[in-house]
Design a binder for this molecule. Structure first.
Ligand code: NAD
Length: 474
């Protein structure tokens, strides 16, 4: 389906004006048209109450029917990917439409469903014990602005597969597209014969509605995907939390690497949706003996190299220093390379995906999670120094790291020392999420609380049933 920019602007404006009108109504008394329909409520308390009511109905829905309903979410996401992608860019002013379409489709296709849940059994002289994966109940989920609807699709498929219902507090900066997705998916669920309100949200998500979600007695599990602020807030809630927090993925390139392949992989990973992904390559440490050749390969593959004064100018615009802290300029997050280039006085085509430049290891672009397509490249004495510096730059997030090398010994050293949820060798970061690599996808990679790449089974409780002395069949 082709949809014009004007049509997209109109849809975003329409949804935002409905949300604003509802907010005005809610200050008087009248229930609004949007509220309570298609999983979207004015009040967080109502979103939770209706998801709670739906949970036992959903949990007892036969597995085969659950599969059909989850497939309806996948199909709707794929059919509407283009509109959702364009709406997201229009509302958040971040990322690239074509990449957002891919993210939506990948989320719909590669998120494991009910097949992710495997019972375990033990049989012996004393009979049979079985453990199954049961729902928590109602999950409270918080999603980021960087991939609002892909995270909704991924979390909804995973949480629903586990038999839970879920209440979402979307990012305030992406509330129109989030409401649009929520409406589409609720309609798809009901059309496929599923119950209403198995996924719900509020039309106007705020920090306040987030606080209500975190402290509500009917929320059994909190799942947050976002930066350090929301991770800390969730952990203080006193409830069980799964937190998918920030990352600052370093890349190591050593003298044995295929430099052409490394350069192409790094550009692909670092520029996907303008570096908005938490797993995207954010800084490179390259061994001195191949550093110049590697940077020439980056240029050959289409990246544009900035001079030291240009890097200084970009840094000045991208960060403000407050005491010892560097505060990221959100206005530049997820922008095209051409926008960053303009800041430093370069006019480049919008099709250029990445800028890069050589910096020292203590540069803010190296140790801050910048989420924009400028990649700092740091020269190191040898591969061991590259690994050590990369681990320092990762800041103990234990999220993602990447390495290009043919030397098994140093790959092994980095794999052990980085201690990350995802470590990708000789490929782009997104290979670690099954795009050009094996495995499955998730939009919630829970490093702080240790669940790693979250799927349906992550959102379940283990329950055991033991029959003494019977049911062994051999
Ligand atoms: P953000 O931290 O600004 O927002 C994330 C969500 O948290 C939003 O819905 C926001 O409204 C909410 N929030 C923030 N502070 C809160 C508080 N005190 N109480 C309740 N809710 C609160 O993140 P963003 O800029 O939208 O997304 C980018 C960040 O998310 C990056 O740091 C990125 O690494 C991280 N991220 C991590 C993963 C992962 O899987 N680990 C996935 C995507 C994004």
């Amino acid at each position: 389906m082709q949809i014009s920019e004007n049509e997209i602007k109109n849809i975003v404006e329409k949804v935002l004006s409905e949300i604003e009108r509802d907010a005005r109504f809610s200050q008087t008394i009248t229930p609004s048209s949007i509220s309570g329909k298609n999983g979207i409520f004015e009040k967080m308390e109502d979103a939770i109450a209706f998801a709670k009511k739906a949970q036992p109905i959903w949990a007892s829905t036969p597995l085969e029917k659950k599969r059909v309903i989850i497939d309806a979410i996948r199909k709707t996401a794929i059919e509407n990917a283009e509109t959702i992608a364009k709406m997201t860019v229009e509302e958040t002013k971040m990322g690239r439409v074509s990449h957002k379409i891919q993210k939506l489709i990948n989320s719909a296709k590669l998120t494991p469903g009910i097949e992710d849940l495997h019972p375990e059994a033990w049989s012996g002289d004393h009979g049979l014990t079985i453990e199954e994966l049961a729902p928590f109940g109602v999950i409270g989920a918080v999603t980021p602005s960087t991939h609002p609807v892909p995270t909704l699709i991924n979390n909804a498929i995973s949480m629903l597969s586990g038999g839970n219902t879920a209440v979402f507090n979307g990012h305030p900066g992406a509330k129109a597209v989030f409401a649009y997705g929520m409406e589409l998916f609720n309609k798809a669920i009901v059309s496929a014969g599923g119950p209403e309100n198995i996924i719900t949200t509020v039309s106007n998500p705020t920090l306040d509605t987030g606080r209500i979600l975190f402290t509500h007695p009917d929320i059994r599990l909190i799942v947050v995907t976002g930066g350090p602020g929301v991770v800390q807030a969730a952990l203080k809630s006193g409830k069980k939390c799964i937190t998918a927090g920030p990352g600052n993925p370093p890349v190591v390139v050593d003298e044995t690497a295929d430099l052409e392949k490394a350069a192409k992989s790094i550009i692909a990973g670092a520029t996907f949706d303008n570096n908005l992904l938490c797993i995207s390559e954010k800084e490179v440490f390259v061994v001195d003996s191949v550093a110049d050749k590697f940077m020439r390969e980056l240029e050959k593959a289409g990246a544009i190299r900035l001079t030291p004064p240009q890097i200084a100018k970009l840094t000045e615009k991208a960060f403000t220093k407050k005491g010892d802290e560097f505060i990221l300029n959100r206005e530049l997050v997820g922008k095209n390379a051409s926008v960053l280039a303009e800041i430093v006085g370069l006019k480049i085509n919008d099709s250029v995906l990445m800028l890069f430049g050589e910096t020292k290891k203590d540069h803010p672009f190296v140790f801050e999670e910048q989420m924009m397509p400028f990649l700092p490249v740091v020269r190191t004495r040898d591969v061991n120094q590259a690994i050590d510096w990369a681990i320092e730059a990762e800041r103990d997030y234990k999220h993602t790291a990447i390495m290009h090398s043919k030397n098994l010994e140093v790959l092994d050293r980095m794999a052990r020392l980085c201690d990350c949820s995802i470590f990708v060798k000789n490929g782009p970061s997104f290979a670690g999420l099954a795009i050009g690599g094996e495995g499955y996808i998730s939009f919630s990679i829970a490093s702080p609380t240790g669940e790693g790449i979250c799927t349906a089974r992550t959102f379940t409780r283990r329950r055991r049933c033991t029959l003494v002395d019977y049911f062994r069949i051999v």
